[in-house]
Design a protein around this ligand. Structure first.
Ligand code: IMP
Ligand code: MG
Length: 175
């Protein structure tokens, strides 16, 4: 499969993904009985995972979306990530942050720090993919779809130069 200038090959099939998401949804439903969790989905990549995952959650819950923007911090802090779009009151809520992939973990670290300042009752992370070899911050991750080596992947919400987010399967860069 060619996307822009690169060749990709199938890596995780849609059937496999559906099975795995059923398991994650069941685990969350079990863990969050009576807790009315608030799912906070990180756009853009998290949209497809969140859509399928939420269909497998059978406890009362709410859902909202955020975006994470990067900007140059003052002094020598480099790139700083900030949440925007969060309208729900997080205080006292049982939050589950939903994202497509944790690579270096930098984005998620800053998202969690910012959310923690809003005093949620609890906060857990659900990521469709984890690449542990590139992780450079310790992160506590409760719900992970797949742990993979350092391949570049796309599909199922993940993009290459903006393309491929609509694919039903996950592909990896050939070579
Ligand atoms: P990090 O965990 O802060 O390094 O950033 C994770 C972000 O990098 C994700 O939300 C994706 O947008 C992007 N990313 C990392 N690895 C991949 C990949 O294999 N395919 C597509 N996007 C990726
Ligand atoms: Mg993302």
């Amino acid at each position: 499969m060619k996307v822009q200038d690169k060749e990709f090959e199938i890596f995780i099939s849609r059937d496999n993904i559906a099975k795995r998401i059923k398991e994650l949804g069941a685990a969350i439903s079990e863990d969050y009985k009576e807790l009315n969790p608030l799912f906070i989905v990180v756009l853009n990549g998290g949209f497809m995972f969140a859509s399928d995952l939420l269909k497998e959650v059978d406890v009362p819950c709410r859902l909202t979306f955020i975006k994470v923007s990067s900007y140059q911090g003052i002094a020598s802090t480099g790139i700083v990530k900030k949440i925007f779009g969060l309208e729900e009151d997080v205080k006292g809520q049982h939050v589950i942050v939903v994202d497509d992939i944790i690579d270096t973990g930098l984005t998620m670290k800053e998202v969690l720090e910012e959310l923690n300042q809003k005093e949620p009752a609890s906060i857990n992370l659900a990521s469709f993919i984890l690449k542990p070899d590139s992780l450079c911050h310790p992160l506590e991750m409760k719900y992970i779809g797949y742990t993979i080596p350092n391949h570049f992947i796309l599909g199922y919400g993940l993009d290459y130069e903006g393309f491929g987010r609509n694919f039903k399967d996950i592909y990896r860069l050939k070579g």
